[in-house]
Design a protein around this ligand. Structure first.
Ligand SMILES: CCCCCCCCCCC/C=C/C(=O)SCCNC(=O)CCNC(=O)[C@H](O)C(C)(C)COP(=O)(O)OP(=O)(O)OC[C@H]1O[C@@H](n2cnc3c(N)ncnc32)[C@H](O)[C@@H]1OP(=O)(O)O
Ligand SMILES: Cc1cc2nc3c(=O)[nH]c(=O)nc-3n(C[C@H](O)[C@H](O)[C@H](O)COP(=O)(O)OP(=O)(O)OC[C@H]3O[C@@H](n4cnc5c(N)ncnc54)[C@H](O)[C@@H]3O)c2cc1C
Length: 613
């Protein structure tokens, strides 16, 4: 029996001028991917939530075979076992639980999904993410294991190390974390104090956190879940500091889960959000690990203690760059979820009258409510589509890097840094706007929006604090501006610094041309980047050192990075909407949405746009 849909919602949906399936397929990468995304949770929920005979299961199983047999390696006995085991315990909301209980409930669900992902033989990363998100809606205690721990092995480990360690991670023989941040340092990596001193006699590293500020602090899963860490420490060999390197460090006994000798580990306590993630602290008291435990894809320590430096000392940063791409993409989807909740609510919530005596209207009829929500719908599309465009750039650059060509690494770092800051700040303000658009009910945990905010707003801090990330991107942009000032050749992504001109044909009283919109954002970015460069040079002309002049110009440098990201986003949105092969009605609507996004941005940053004419 179909669910009854609220008549106001049904009416609103019936007025669509386009076929939503076109958009859904586009957003999820096509009908087959969408079908898989929908089939998996539906299958599992059906299996879990209704008493089923083996016959039912076989029918469903056969039904699956016609759709998704290419990846479901189901074995009925295991499915039955998982169903019984989980059904008996069932789902419990964590909203009313203590932090301990909420962590345990999330851990129970995460372990269940880990088992199911293996049983279903789900290989596709996105499918794994969708599957997990259904069952562990909040912070997943295994998040670091799924993302940074495995990525670090894959990107920093030698082939032998990958062969040895990755299967352990894939089968959950170990559960991992990525331990870099310390109590005293998160941003300034060159300030990390944890040491890894090479003992040439025993061919071992001695790991030590010599001060309280060197204690590892914040890593997810460190509090209780993880029994191994990829740990970043200052390598010291033959008396020389060789900079930050990554190490495979056992933390807890694989059977008893008790901390190993020399290890003091625990949870850092309650946080603003992310309650079911056990972020922890770690102190190492001269813990020994074999030489083979240093991840040696790029840099090495030979048996005699000789340090072989990497071709590029920034390669150790690759796991962070990779995860920034995850954050860039997830930010758009988080805003998409929040604005979906708020828009549906606005279709069914009747409050106040527009015409006195005309009866209470759907709040979606208020222009102010439309402005609050439609701009966020546009922003969610813009961020999701720009993330896809950035990922395409990343994939092509990364494949070159894997062949040893590192020329795109600076561009990649700048793009991921600026887009991670831009998307997470836009997502944070957008989700909060959606919450407030729902009035009192938006403040209920049951609305789902508060947790989206408190969990995801941490993305403005982790993986590189946003201001710092903007300044990182500004290093690259400023270098490009200096090169442009000298007439030198620029990377493809920043050639607009030399070519952008303001030749807008549109006037405000006509329907604005999309190419003019891209040109306006390009010109605004070029102008802000040039202004930041001028301020830096003015600081130098005043006799300041390079670093003092950098600090003197840093507010404008942050603005330059954000203007660059805004341009990249508007261009990606318009170019992808035009080129996506939609039918006319859908394309017309999406281009209207793109205009709304771009014009709203011009209003929000009207100072920049007025200044550049
Ligand atoms: C939303 C997702 C949902 C899914 C699941 C959620 C689960 C999430 C749980 C949270 C996980 C969080 C994990 C973490 O937070 S891990 C720790 C992250 N920490 C950081 O990001 C530290 C940030 N700081 C830095 O990266 C560096 O300190 C900084 C870059 C700021 C400074 O570097 P440095 O001290 O070396 O100094 P410079 O600025 O001079 O840089 C030197 C040159 O190196 C270049 N560089 C720096 N970083 C990179 C990089 N990543 N890739 C490439 N190149 C890099 C830099 O540009 C300089 O080069 P130039 O001199 O040529 O400019
Ligand atoms: C929920 C959550 C999960 C996390 N998970 C992990 C994890 O799994 N593993 C891990 O290793 N770490 C993790 N972290 C730590 C995270 O990476 C750091 O918090 C982050 O890198 C910021 O560093 P910090 O906390 O030292 O902030 P700080 O750098 O001290 O920032 C404080 C202020 O100083 C400013 N500032 C700092 N440097 C500069 C500069 N050069 N120029 C201008 N301004 C500057 C910043 O802009 C900011 O306003 C997590 C953090 C959170 C919140």
């Amino acid at each position: 029996m179909g669910k009854s849909v609220n008549p106001d919602l049904a009416k609103a949906r019936s007025q669509a001028t386009f076929d939503p399936a076109n958009l859904t397929n586009y957003l999820y990468g096509g009908p087959e991917k969408l079908r898989r995304k929908r089939y998996l949770p539906a299958f599992v929920f059906k299996e879990l939530c209704t008493e089923m005979s083996l016959t039912d299961l076989c029918l469903i199983f056969l039904g699956l075979l016609t759709h998704v047999s290419d990846y479901l390696g189901l074995t009925l006995s295991i499915e039955n076992m998982a169903a019984k085991e989980y059904k008996e315990e069932g789902f419990k909301s964590t909203d009313d639980m203590s932090r301990e209980e909420a962590y345990e409930e999330s851990m129970r669900r995460a372990v269940y999904t880990n088992k199911r992902v293996l049983q279903l033989n789900l290989q596709d990363q996105e499918e794994q993410y969708y599957f997990r998100e259904i069952f562990v809606p909040g912070a997943n205690p295994f998040a670091l294991h799924y993302v940074m721990f495995k990525d670090a092995i894959n990107t920093q480990g030698t082939e032998d190390q990958i062969q040895k360690w990755l299967p352990l991670a894939e089968t959950y023989a170990v559960t991992g974390t990525y331990a870099q941040t310390e109590l005293g340092h998160g941003t300034f990596l060159r300030g990390l104090e944890t040491t890894a001193e090479y003992d040439v006699q025993r061919e071992e590293f001695i790991l030590n956190t010599p001060t309280i500020t060197s204690s590892k602090f914040w890593p997810g899963a460190l509090g209780k879940t993880a029994n191994v860490a990829i740990l970043n420490a200052k390598l010291i060999t033959k008396g020389r500091n060789c900079g930050m390197q990554s190490f495979w460090v056992p933390l807890r006994h694989l059977e008893t889960h008790q901390p190993l000798p020399g290890i003091t580990v625990g949870d850092i306590g309650p946080k603003f959000g992310y309650h079911t993630s056990d972020n922890g602290f770690l102190q190492l008291n001269r813990v020994r690990i074999p030489r083979e435990n240093m991840l040696m894809r790029y840099s090495k320590v030979l048996q005699d203690g000789t340090f072989v430096p990497p071709e590029n000392d920034r390669l150790v940063y690759v796991p962070m760059t990779q995860f920034r791409f995850v954050v860039i993409g997830r930010s758009g989807w988080t805003l998409a979820k929040a604005v979906t909740v708020a828009t549906r609510y606005s279709a069914v919530r009747r409050q106040s009258e527009i015409t006195p005596g005309g009866g209470e209207v759907q709040i979606l009829d208020f222009q102010t409510q439309q402005h609050k929500l439609f701009t966020q719908i546009a922003s969610a599309y813009a961020m999701i589509i720009a993330a896809k465009a950035a990922k395409d750039l990343y994939d092509s650059a990364f494949s070159k890097m894997e062949k040893g060509n590192l020329e795109d690494l600076p561009m990649l770092h700048a793009l991921t840094s600026s887009m991670k800051a831009f998307n997470t700040w836009e997502m944070a303000t957008g989700v909060e706007q959606c919450r407030m658009a729902c009035g009192g009910h938006g403040y209920l945990l049951a609305s789902g929006i508060p947790q989206m905010y408190t969990d995801m707003v941490s993305a403005c801090t982790y993986e590189g604090e946003n201001t710092v990330m903007c300044l990182q991107a500004a290093r690259f942009l400023n270098k490009c501006q200096e090169a442009a000032n000298k007439g030198e050749r620029l990377p493809q992504l920043t050639r607009f610094l030399q070519t952008s001109r303001l030749n807008i044909s549109s006037s405000l009283d006509q329907d604005v041309d999309l190419n003019d919109i891209i040109a306006a954002y390009e010109f605004r970015a070029a102008t802000v980047i040039s202004e930041a460069n001028a301020r830096l040079n003015a600081g130098l002309a005043m006799g300041k050192s390079q670093s003092e002049a950098w600090n003197y110009a840093s507010q404008l440098l942050v603005k330059a990075a954000l203007a660059f990201s805004h341009w990249f986003t508007v261009r990606a949105l318009i170019e992808n909407m035009r080129g996506a092969g939609f039918d006319n009605s859908t394309e017309t609507l999406l281009l209207q949405l793109a205009k709304l996004y771009a014009l709203d941005g011009m209003l929000r940053y009207s100072g920049d746009f007025r200044k550049v004419g």
